[in-house]
Design a protein around this ligand. Structure first.
Ligand SMILES: Nc1ncnc2c1ncn2[C@@H]1O[C@H](COP(=O)(O)OP(=O)(O)OP(=O)(O)O)[C@@H](O)[C@H]1O
Length: 234
C-alpha cells in the first residue's frame, strides 16, 4: 500500500560540505514527486536517506507518521523499491532470476516464480524470462530492474536518474511504465532526474540547490514549458 513519507528538518553533512540542509518534504500516499536540481544539489542524498541507505545527521524521516529508527532500517529497506540509472543486473543470472534476486536468500510468503512472472508480464517482458541481461536492450534491462524493484510489493519506489542511460524515446517509455505501475500497484514515488520529460510526468517537482529546497510546485504544464520556466536542466 502506498505510504506517506515525511522528511522533517533533515540535514546530512560531510566534512567541508552540507549535502542536505534542514530539508522538509512531505509526499502523500500515491503521489509522484520529482526531484530536480544541479549536480551535487542533494537529490541522491534525499533518496538514500528516505530509503534508509543513509542516515540524517539531524532531523527525521517518517513513514506513515512513524519515525524511521535504526532498528527498523532492514525491514524498511525491504519494503521499498529502488531503481538506478545503471541497471545493476547480475549478468550470469536469467532475467527471471534477476527479478527474484532480492528474495532468493529469504523465506517469503508468496510463490516467487509466480510473482516474478507476473512482474515480468507487467513490464512487458513476459516472454524473456529465460534470457540473459546481455541479450536485452538498455530499455529492456531497465524494465527488468523495475520488475526487480517491485518484488516485495513496495509501498514506496525510489528512482535515481532512471532514464539517465537511455535515449529519450526509451526513457519516455520507462517513465510511462513507472507511472502506470504506480497506479496498478499503489505506490508513492520519488524520482531524482535531470530530465524535464520525467519532471513533466510527476505530480510535483521539487527543486534542490545546495542541499535546500528552492521550489516545490505542482505540475500543470508540459515538459518544454517547464523547461523554459524552471530551467530543469543541470
Ligand atoms: N559519501 C560521500 N562523501 C562525501 N561527500 C558526499 C558523499 N555523498 C555525497 N556527497 C556530496 O554531497 C553532495 C550532494 O550529493 P548528491 O549525490 O546527493 O547530489 P545529486 O543532486 O544527486 O547529484 P547528481 O545529479 O550529480 O547525481 C555533493 O556535494 C556530493 O559530492
Amino acid at each position: 500500500m502506498a505510504v506517506n513519507v515525511a522528511l522533517r528538518g533533515v540535514s546530512r553533512r560531510y566534512p567541508g560540505l552540507i549535502a542536505l540542509d534542514k530539508v522538509d518534504l512531505e509526499v502523500a500516499p500515491g503521489e509522484a514527486v520529482v526531484l530536480t536540481g544541479p549536480s551535487g544539489s542533494g537529490k541522491s542524498t534525499v533518496l538514500h536517506v528516505t530509503g534508509g541507505m543513509d542516515r540524517p545527521d539531524e532531523g527525521s524521516v517518517e513513514i506513515d507518521g512513524k519515525e524511521l529508527l535504526p532498528r527498523d532500517l532492514d525491514g524498511h529497506r525491504r519494503r521499498i523499491g529502488f531503481v538506478f540509472q545503471r541497471f545493476h543486473l547480475l549478468p550470469a543470472l536469467t532475467v527471471l532470476d534477476n527479478v527474484l534476486a532480492p528474495v532468493l536468500p529469504r523465506r517469503v510468503d508468496f510463490d516467487r516464480r509466480e510473482r516474478g512472472m507476473e512482474l515480468l508480464e507487467a513490464v512487458g517482458l513476459g516472454g524473456r524470462a529465460d534470457a540473459l541481461p546481455a541479450e536485452l536492450s538498455g530499455g529492456q534491462q531497465q524494465r527488468v530492474a523495475v520488475a526487480r524493484a517491485l518484488i516485495n510489493r513496495p509501498g514506496l519506489l525510489l528512482a535515481d536518474e532512471p532514464t539517465g542511460n537511455l535515449d529519450s524515446v526509451i526513457g519516455r517509455e520507462i517513465i510511462d511504465l513507472l507511472m502506470s505501475l504506480r497506479e496498478q500497484y499503489g505506490m508513492t514515488m520519488i524520482i531524482a532526474t535531470h530530465d524535464p520529460e520525467v519532471a513533466a510526468n510527476g505530480d510535483r517537482v521539487v527543486r534542490l540547490q545546495d542541499g535546500r529546497i528552492t521550489s516545490n510546485q505542482r505540475i500543470t504544464a508540459s515538459a518544454d514549458v517547464l523547461d523554459r520556466l524552471g530551467g530543469l536542466r543541470p
